[in-house]
Design a protein around this ligand. Structure first.
Ligand SMILES: [Zn+2]
Ligand SMILES: [Zn+2]
Length: 172
């Protein structure tokens, strides 16, 4: 079955400057993410292909929904991300970053998948200043202070404190 993400580029390769737009919604399953962080919601793709002297440039956006949990308080999170895409396809790849054009076809699928996967945040936070859990009693600090003394005292600093006044003044 033909997928809208495999694009025949015979015309583009013939005439540098030719453009083609690929605007399509595909099921997340079709992209074969194999990654539980990507939700089943539709992936929206809007790409502009342009024939250059050294290949075909592909630029635009891909949008997908990821879900995960806050790395501090474990609250469930889900967000629609829109990723900017800018890639080059070449018949004979010279650029190490370039994707290859095979049989006059560009397969956008692996490229879109890679761009989306690297954009999923690794340690998401529910909010920038999420206080997370108390390291002592485990209560959710977003609900309010728990009353534990969480002042960190480092024994190495305590030792230095004790030396204060007993060391000679540093040379000026
Ligand atoms: Zn949080
Ligand atoms: Zn506590």
């Amino acid at each position: 079955m033909a997928t809208p993400l495999v694009v025949n580029v015979v015309e583009l390769l013939r005439w540098p400057g030719t453009t083609k737009d690929v605007v399509v919604d595909v099921a997340a399953d079709d992209l074969e993410f194999n990654d539980a962080r990507i939700s089943n919601e539709t992936v929206s793709i809007a790409l502009h292909l342009e024939s250059l002297s050294n290949g075909v440039s592909v630029a635009g956006t891909a949008a997908a929904t990821w879900h995960g949990e806050c790395r501090r308080c474990l609250a469930p999170l889900s967000e629609r991300m829109v990723v900017d895409v800018s890639e080059l396809y070449q018949q004979i790849p010279e650029d190490p970053e370039a994707y290859s054009i095979e049989n006059d076809q560009i397969n956008l699928l692996p490229m879109v998948r890679e761009n989306l996967l690297v954009a999923v945040p690794l340690g998401p936070l529910c909010r920038e200043d999420c206080p997370g859990f108390c390291p002592q009693c485990g209560s959710d600090l977003a609900e309010g202070a728990c009353g534990c003394d969480t002042t960190v005292s480092d024994p190495r600093w305590a030792a230095l404190e004790g030396l204060k006044g007993r060391l000679p003044d540093p040379p000026v």
